[in-house]
Design a protein around this ligand. Sequence first.
Ligand code: ADE
Length: 249
Amino acid sequence: MRLGIISALHEEQQGLVEAMQGASRLIHGMRDYTQGRLFGIDAVCVLSRIGKVAAATTATMLVEKFGVTHILFTGVAGAGDARVAVGDIVVADSLVQYDMDASPLFPKFEVPLTGLSHFPSDVHISNVVADAAHQFLAHDFEESIDDKERAVFRLERPRVHRGLIGSGDRFVSCGVHMSQLNESLSGLLAVEMEGAAVAQVCFELGVPFAVIRTISDNANEDAATDFMRFVKSVAARYAFHIVRRYCQT
Ligand code: ADE
């Protein structure tokens, strides 16, 4: 078994490469792959960079060139629902490419010739990573996020949600756009720019995967500022502890 860990940005994976034992690096296709043992398991870490194509090529490479058997995507996302707050964690049960629209040839959101608009994640990996997220909130959150950070981001009682994540090649920074997405996709919890592309690749290659996202912003007019602040401060600590607990399960 070999786990592939993908994030879009350095800050979403910070600390993991440093924690690897016997690490070796390989640069391929403008990506930096680090292989080694991560908390006792064989793993490959890579930054996909931003967007669906970047994520799809990276996931493909992880499987075809690095022989990973399963994939975990970790990063941040914008809130796609009023019940989801900054600092909450969303584990995808399924993912949709919300900017896919080949209608009238195919139904809106359906990826042509796959018969699917919603790509399901692996139930077992998603359960284990959701459990790791609960463990992080219960045991690591207090000591890893200080009072000032909690006040800045209004992190009161962060929660773990399970449900639909939407991906598109657009940073959502408009409340009206977010409401429209929420109205057209029932149960949408979060928006980001990579997860559903990884989901399609994993579906096509028969590789189990999970996507976990910490909410950095509300996908509204403040999203860019909120996102930058969150990514530069607490995002790495969420990802590090959750992945550590996932590997140690
Ligand atoms: N990732 C984090 N916040 C996001 C947003 N508002 N839109 C798209 N991707 C995001």
